[in-house]
Design a protein around this ligand. Sequence first.
Ligand code: TXE
Length: 480
Amino acid sequence: MKKISNYINGQLVSPQSGSYLDNYNPAEGKVYSYLPDSDSLDVAEATKAAQAAFGAWSSTPLANRAAVLLKIADLIGRDLDKLALAESIDQGKPLKLAKSMDIPRASANIRFFATAAMHVSSESHLMDEVAINYTTRTPIGVVGCISPWNLPLYLFTWKIAPALAAGCTVVAKPSELTPMTAFLFSELCIEAGLPAGVLNIVQGVGAKVGQAIVEHPTISAISFTGGTVTGKKIAATAAPMFKKLSLELGGKNPNIIFADCDFEEAISTSIQSSFSNQGEICLCGSRILVERGLYEKFLTEFVKRTNELVVGDPLEEKSRLGALVSEAHMQKVLSYIELAKQEGGKIECGGSRVVVVGRCEAGYFVAPTVITGLNQSCRTNQEEIFGPVVTIMPFDTEEEAIEFSNATAYGLSATIWTTNLKRSHRVAHKLKSGIVWVNCWLLRDLRTPFGGMKQSGVGREGGWEAMKFFTEAKNVCVKI
Ligand code: TXE
């Protein structure tokens, strides 16, 4: 079975410990490859390489930096099928989703930031004919990028692209649950001629490799996407070291359906926003709030369409839901369904593990599940489940919809379905979330800031915000 490598100082290398971890194919519930069980020694080597490469990389002309990044973006496009298959096998998502979303977006992430870096402006301010102030932004140095398992190459490139484009050098760690596409990506970096040490990828578990990155004194900034619990641990380590932090954490996103919505649009998009990637997207709308006059009609049609979704072999064209990423995560999701029952919820459909006959019968599959009869303050409606599980509840007034929506510790995204223009703006401005979609979902211009409020995160990624995060500003004031 394949043993993947770390990517340090331009080379594919084994972990210094010589030990490896099992890498599972969640659709089959079996080990299919091994990843390095790296530790702080590997992180030290990677950081040394990144530091050695920083001078040359940060002074490389922008167009030259962009050229090698654009080459990597092209190679991702060339190897789309291979990368999509690797992503589907590693994470359990349907192959067609990896082909249509994850991998094309990974290429787009790199292409976007490679070109953005060449068009960034900075500010100057003339002070009453007395002095002129100008601001420079320079790359901060060696940075750490730690990414999660739900959109492996998509979120991995979403972090490292702005860092590299800004002139930083990077020590990156993908999730130990989905290491494969990051490994294949490192091969493409070598093929594209990315200079040694500019990007270093250290595979392994968070408590060892991730922690070592966060606490390494040479690493000046940490960009993290993952769970809120882990985000707290990282902040506790990084804050006393005065490191810059970008934390993209969880969500418990409301999907508000007003009675005057375009019903077909609202229902079909809500199926997507509920169950895409098995509900393993931080932006999924897991709490559906429906205006009472529409509630019964919406619930009946939503349950009907949920029951029509095919849970199956991720490699088969007809499958809309694949496997959850690990046995532990499947058990976590199933435990929340049990909790919902204890809290008085009614399981309208789904609610259990699915056995997929054939090669996947040992895989980690859960039926798309709809739960009603709960109030907004119960744990099922307060905590991130991160699986194919949504709750649906009615509301009577616009004020109640807003109150329910804002009634969790999270504030990542929200969706509003209404044909009333004034109401869409009015409600959007009262929702405590970093992203609000009106009559759409997961549509976004990469130039916009991305991130959540409250416990959904700190800082913003995307667009110039992401470039700014990886640079430090200096203001020079010259008397004239
Ligand atoms: O993420 P973790 P997990 C949520 C979702 C999920 C929960 C836990 O609710 O159920 O988080 O998922 C690395 N220092 N999201 O456990 O642990 C780890 O190796 C440094 C939402 O898989 O947060 C991995 O690379 N790094 C989220 C990364 O952190 C550490 C997407 C994320 O792992 C570390 C994923 C440490 N001490 C999960 N411990 C989103 N917002 O999309 C772990 N890591």
